[in-house]
Design a protein around this ligand. Structure first.
Ligand code: SF4
Length: 473
């Protein structure tokens, strides 16, 4: 007789390393918010596909883009791999601003957009979100901003209600650049503020005092042409709970369209990790302290009646939709452009060459300059849906069964029961809802379900996704 799925799951769990088991079921604790796990396991939950050999990258790209899309909402991601300085906490820095290189880069990026726009997949139906990220798009000269936005408008079929986001840093985002963006159709600005506290900002190498940041946010918002949203981070060195509360209150008071409350991750190869290790900065908050900051941020946002769009993102009105993030998390097609851009089409994931010199040369050779392509993992649509739903704080169990024929509830009943007992989730009819503690640990819970499903589908030894952040426990 075939073993029940829940028994197969339990059997596989009893066979796995006890240290790994703790990463799935969590710790035995009365304080799940702070101690349910020893640390966050991954930065973004996911299931990786298989790396294709280099000789197949170009032909796979041609295969994916050589036929019309299937319809549905989709996005484009355009990467600007320049920053005017390297931020202390950053794990994504690529190149320092260099105007000559920047001009050459925008020439090639425009050419990449032009060439790809002739592919049936790109041309076939509208893009609903375009995201210019980096790096720092606002580090571009005004002229290059105009050139790039003109090319995007000319070559990509944008939906009339396309969310068109431009990532910016207050420091160099002057009025002329803001005007260039608005003139080019940008309708959403995402600004990395991190903290309004001048001392915290300056310890991170951010030059403007908090008051200046607020003044600039108001000035950008006054154009009344685009949603203005910001990122705040909790757990930064020198950021006490009082400073954090004031950061969140300032976000609410300043009347912009929304914001993200992000947990600081200290990357092993970041300058922040070096500065803390050398003692030139006090340590960042430990994970348990960050958990309390997360809860306090949540309480303040709830008191202010801002609309919550995901576990870490809020909107103050009708303008902010957070569409690009929702589409990319749910696995919708995202077409990548520019050195360092990542994308997804039909479950394949791909990344454009991060080495800018090589990117320029390969565009001149008429290649799509990819640096890897991964094939889809069987069941990727289900995995993406689980990631997207838990990102919003719940899992619709009935939908999982009806939409994918996978009885997640039955399969994981021993695990969900354990999480409920530990205060991480609540089972409410067809839904599993994350508690506040579950929301703080949602990447671990999501990764646990994904690992469990992979194990059951594919068998073999259970191997947990390697943690990629420095220990903050
Ligand atoms: S601007 Fe963004 S990408 Fe550039 S160094 Fe700072 S955090 Fe990193």
């Amino acid at each position: 007789m075939e073993m029940a799925k829940s028994d197969r799951f339990i059997k596989s769990m009893t066979e796995c390393d006890p240290a790994d088991r703790k990463w799935i079921f969590g710790n035995e604790t009365d304080d799940p918010l702070r101690y349910a796990f020893d640390a966050k396991r991954v930065v973004h939950p996911g299931v990786k596909g298989e790396m294709l050999p280099k000789e197949k990258w170009e032909s796979t790209w041609k295969m994916l883009t050589g036929k019309p899309g299937k319809g549905g909402k989709r996005a484009a991601y355009v990467h600007i791999p320049f920053c005017s300085a390297k931020c202390l906490y950053c794990g994504f820095f690529q190149n320092l601003t260099d105007r000559e290189l920047e001009d050459a880069y925008i020439d090639r990026l425009v050419e990449e957009l032009r060439r790809d726009s002739q592919e049936p997949f790109v041309a076939s139906h509208p893009f609903h979100a375009v995201y210019l990220g980096g790096g720092t798009p606002s580090s571009l000269s005004e002229r290059n901003i105009e050139r790039l936005l003109r090319a995007i408008n000319e070559f990509l079929p944008l939906a009339n209600d396309c969310e068109f986001t431009f990532e910016a840093r207050i420091h160099h985002f002057n009025d002329a650049k803001v005007q260039a963006c608005i003139g080019g159709g940008i309708n959403r600005f995402s600004l990395g503020v991190q903290s309004f506290n001048t001392r915290v900002r300056q310890s991170l190498g951010r030059r403007e005092p908090g008051e200046k940041v607020i003044e600039r946010l108001h000035a950008i918002h006054r154009h009344d042409q685009a949603a203005v949203v910001i990122d705040l981070m909790y757990g930064l060195p020198l950021q006490s709970m009082e400073v954090w509360e004031e950061d969140v209150r300032t976000l609410i008071r300043c009347g912009i369209d929304g914001g993200d409350l992000y947990q600081l991750n200290v990357y092993n190869d970041s300058k922040l990790n070096d500065a803390i290790s050398r003692g030139s900065l006090p340590p960042a908050a430990k994970t348990a302290e960050q958990a309390l900051m997360f809860r306090r941020g949540l309480e303040l946002m709830q008191e202010s009646r801002l609309r919550r769009l995901s576990i870490c993102h809020w909107s103050s009105g009708t303008r902010e939709r957070n569409l690009y993030n929702s589409l990319s998390k749910s696995g919708s097609a995202t077409v990548p452009f520019g050195s360092g851009a990542g994308g997804k089409i039909d479950g394949y994931t791909m990344f454009v060459d991060k080495d800018i010199k090589s990117y320029l040369q390969r565009i001149d050779k008429r290649e799509k300059p990819l640096m890897f392509v991964m094939s889809p993992r069987e069941g990727y649509a289900l995995y993406n849906d689980i990631i997207a739903q838990l990102e919003r704080g719940h899992l619709n169990l009935l939908w999982m069964k009806a939409g994918y024929g996978t009885d997640v509830e039955e399969t994981f009943s021993p695990l969900f029961g354990e999480w409920a007992r530990k205060g991480l989730v609540e089972m409410n009819g067809d839904y599993m809802d994350l508690t506040v503690a579950g929301q703080f640990w949602y990447v671990n819970l999501t990764q646990a379900i994904l690992d469990g499903l992979v194990l059951l589908r594919e068998g073999g030894k259970h191997s947990l996704t390697v943690r990629s952040i420095a220990a903050q426990g």
